[in-house]
Design a protein around this ligand. Structure first.
Ligand SMILES: Nc1ncnc2c1ncn2[C@@H]1O[C@H](COP(=O)(O)OP(=O)(O)OP(=O)(O)O)[C@@H](O)[C@H]1O
Length: 311
């Protein structure tokens, strides 16, 4: 039609773009000059210690807070426009659920508000809450309330799903079902961004991991890249007879030592040099294993190294 313009989102347009974004609360820099882009189909884990700025970042992304500097773009527009267009589904950490309504009524409301909503029954069953559809929202257990929040985030066909610590309080079955659903969503080309403290979930689910620390991005890559970036490796071995700890603790490049019975587990920033020096002690290490760090250990190593640098 004459006069109408369509805004084509090209492949190059990121789903989310943070351009030098800062958010300050008093003298706390919750988000500090953050720049990043997310692309279609990515499943991205946002990690960081308490107070790192994860929730603030998600709030900025959803337009719930305004940046003090920089710009946030979602599908090439402001966050609110993207949300009004139904392109974003979100599940927030402590999002209060309305009292006095049933689960089904609340989900029906979310569906009614979404421009591209799914059927209420489908949303309930996908979130595993069909059985509790008639229960009042204020009578739910913590894990059930989490499932309801998940249902609200997936009430419609959104291109970006934002989740703040989504599986907190969920039991193992709920957690597995939740991530299976999220995988399906990502396989269909949607972008999923989730903040979590469960590093094993990030390792298993995310194809990209962001590590936030004091509002800045410390690492951005696959879980394997983050582990490699931490540099350190684990070395474990058994010794015959009583373990003389002093020379072991004096080995070079150690970042941690744990002796339990005859078994020694160490972490080293240069495992080759440490093992070489170990043989130099004249001991005979048995069952020697050298392995990379898990994501959790890599995360701790990266954030602690940054703390040490700043203090
Ligand atoms: N409304 C607010 N007023 C003042 N300070 C705030 C406010 N919200 C957050 N902060 C501060 O900003 C920093 C970042 O907080 P944020 O909640 O974004 O961190 P987080 O990474 O989500 O933490 P957690 O893992 O504990 O949930 C913290 O130091 C926090 O105390």
């Amino acid at each position: 039609m004459g006069g109408m313009t369509t805004t084509a989102v090209t492949a190059a347009t990121p789903v989310v773009g943070f351009e030098s974004v800062s958010k300050v609360y008093g003298d706390v820099r919750a988000v500090d000059g953050l720049s990043l882009s997310l692309y279609p189909g990515e499943t991205v884990a946002l990690l960081g210690p308490n107070g790192a700025g994860k929730s603030t970042t998600l709030d900025l992304l959803l337009g719930l807070r305004q940046p003090d500097a920089g710009r946030v773009r979602v599908f090439g527009t402001g966050p609110r426009e993207a949300i009004v267009a139904g392109r974003v589904g979100a599940m927030l950490q402590s999002g209060g659920l309305m009292d006095e309504v049933t689960v089904a009524e609340l989900v029906a409301l979310a569906c009614a508000l979404h421009p591209k909503s799914y059927k209420v029954g489908d949303v309930l069953s996908r979130a595993g809450i069909s059985q509790i559809a008639d229960r009042k929202v204020d009578k739910l257990s913590g894990g059930q309330a989490q499932r309801v929040r998940f249902a609200l985030a997936t009430a419609g066909d959104s291109d970006l799903i934002v989740l703040d610590e989504p599986t907190t309080g969920m039991d193992v079955t709920a957690r597995q079902a939740f991530w299976a659903t999220m995988r399906e969503q990502a396989d269909q080309g949607r972008t999923v961004l989730f903040a979590t403290h469960y590093l094993e979930e990030a390792d298993a689910i995310a194809d990209r991991v962001l590590v936030l620390h004091r509002g800045r991005l410390l690492a951005d890559g696959t879980a394997a890249e983050i582990k490699a970036k931490a540099g350190a490796r684990r070395v474990s071995f058994d010794l015959d007879g009583p373990v003389d700890e002093a020379p072991i603790r004096a080995l070079p490049f150690l970042t941690s030592v744990d002796v339990s019975g005859h078994t020694v587990r160490i972490q080293s920033s240069d495992a080759d040099a440490t093992v070489h020096a170990l043989y130099g002690l004249g001991v005979y290490p048995r069952n020697l294993e050298v392995s990379g760090l898990g994501l959790e250990q890599a995360f701790v190593a990266i954030t602690q190294a940054e703390e040490a640098k700043q203090s």
